[in-house]
Design a protein. Structure first.
Length: 161
């Protein structure tokens, strides 16, 4: 009788609890479902920070040009006018953004994002306060015409809400 009970106890010890493995896989899957999109958004925000750093010299040059030209936006909207401020070329496209352009007549900077930036298009529009001699930049995000992230997603890369 004792031998039979001993064998039964050993069999119970050898059995693997498959239900606990299924439960563990379910928890891992749920955590991946939550964390992967958050990580992708985090990476896009980081890439937008790099893009802001890439266009900072251009923003500075346009700001100085606007200050020197009494706030006239049309006087600071091409590379020929910005050459004396150290800008002879626009930032080159890289793996993060597709293109950078200066918009004529308002000296705004348009950045067209690659998939690493959610295919968002961002306009940095200067506003001159002639009373104080300051230039502020309004950021206006929008999705790319060919698809990409939604307006709300593009907006979230710049404004934490």
């Amino acid at each position: 009788m004792e031998i039979k009970e001993e064998k039964t106890a050993k069999k119970k010890q050898r059995r693997f609890p498959w239900i606990s493995l299924a439960f563990l896989l379910m928890i891992v899957g749920f955590l991946a479902f939550i964390t992967i999109p958050a990580y992708q958004d985090y990476m896009k925000r980081g890439n937008w920070s790099k893009t802001n750093a890439n266009i900072a010299p251009l923003k500075l040059a346009i700001g100085e040009c606007l200050s020197d030209n009494e706030g006239k936006l049309t006087g600071c909207d091409d590379l020929g006018e910005l050459a004396k401020y150290g800008i002879t070329a626009l930032p080159a496209a890289n793996g993060i953004f597709s293109a950078v352009a200066i918009i004529k007549d308002n000296a705004a900077i348009r950045v067209v994002g690659s998939p690493n930036l959610g295919n968002c298009v961002i306009d940095f529009v200067p506003t001159v306060n002639k009373n104080y001699g300051t230039v502020t930049w309004e950021v206006t995000p929008r999705p790319h015409e060919n698809g990409g992230d939604t307006l709300a997603k593009c907006h979230s890369y710049f404004f934490c809400e």
